[in-house]
Design a protein around this ligand. Structure first.
Ligand code: CAA
Length: 258
């Protein structure tokens, strides 16, 4: 498929999506979000792909929703289109793991898209922020909700009320990103991490993702019950038999993803 706002490649068992609107610092216009959804659909349907990396440029992961596209919209326009929710949530419904590899600005919708991914690896030049308040609006794709769950109320409230940006170091300390790597190593590192995940049993990877995500939605008691039931179900896979046999026989497992 021909895309205008993103680049889509495969690297072995990893799907790589690069946001590619350099003139607008990867601002997330509606056609870009539509293409991102199409690329995710294709990788989800491709049995060869075990994990997905979403990245931007060295200067910007994404500088937010497209302000020029939004500026003329009325309340009725955004309400009737369900603007922002519409299309963006596709990232969160992906069953295969999606790693955000963030360099440069991840602002507004850019920070929100990174937080929709399963985890964030940040380059040392990454900057995270929710600057919507500085243009007379507020986060509309999870900034007040996901950021608060990641970094706690105090930091999230300050960031959303002032538009202050967090450095990569602060984001790592606060638990927003899993790791920081030098800018030059970002893509290699993210691809290596995704390749490692893709080498595991696909069904078990999806079960782990489902179980960690469940912890956001339910009580600890319900979450632990869900985890135990899913853990039990791994014993119905061939890959659990193979993984444990390989350990006992002191060899590498050969997962067949079933
Ligand atoms: N939407 C549309 N265009 C954008 C954009 C955005 N979010 N961010 C940057 N651009 C465009 C600029 O308009 C500029 O285009 P022109 O050359 O045609 O003027 C180009 O990208 C380069 O940007 P700058 O010249 O501003 O670059 P800079 O290096 O001086 O500054 C920046 C970088 C600090 C990121 C600055 O561009 C900026 O503040 N961008 C807006 C950030 C923002 O407010 N994001 C939130 C958007 S609202 C939102 O996301 C709602 C939501 O919750 C989903």
């Amino acid at each position: 498929m021909a895309y205008e706002n993103i680049l889509v490649e495969t690297r072995g068992s990893v799907g790589l999506i690069t946001l590619n609107r350099p003139k607008a610092l990867n601002a997330l216009c509606t056609p870009l979000i539509r293409e991102l959804g199409q690329a995710l659909d294709a990788f989800e349907a491709d049995a060869e792909i075990g994990a997905i990396v979403l990245t931007g440029s060295e200067k910007a992961f994404a500088a937010g929703a497209d302000i020029k596209e939004m500026s003329g919209k009325s309340y009725m326009d955004v309400y009737m289109e369900d603007f922002i929710t519409n299309g963006w949530e596709r990232i969160t419904t992906c069953r295969k793991p999606v790693i955000a590899a963030v360099a440069g600005y991840a602002l507004g919708g850019g920070c929100e898209v990174a937080m929709m991914c399963d985890f964030i690896i940040a380059a040392d030049n990454a900057r995270f922020g929710q600057p919507e308040i500085t243009i007379g609006t507020m986060p509309g794709a999870g900034g007040t909700q996901r950021l608060t769950r990641f970094v706690g109320k105090s930091k999230a409230m300050e960031m959303c009320l002032t538009g202050r940006q967090m450095t990569a170091e602060e984001a790592e300390r606060a638990g927003l990103v899993s790791r920081i790597v030098p800018l030059a190593d970002l893509l290699d590192d993210a691809l290596k991490t995704a390749t490692r995940i893709a080498s595991m049993s696909r069904p078990v990877v999806m079960m782990v993702k489902e179980s960690v995500n469940r912890s956001y939605e339910v009580s600890l008691k319900e979450g632990l019950l869900f985890e135990r039931r899913v853990f039990h179900s791994t014993f119905a896979t061939e890959d659990q038999k193979e993984g444990m046999a390989a350990f006992v026989e002191k060899r590498q497992p050969n997962f067949r993803h079933r």
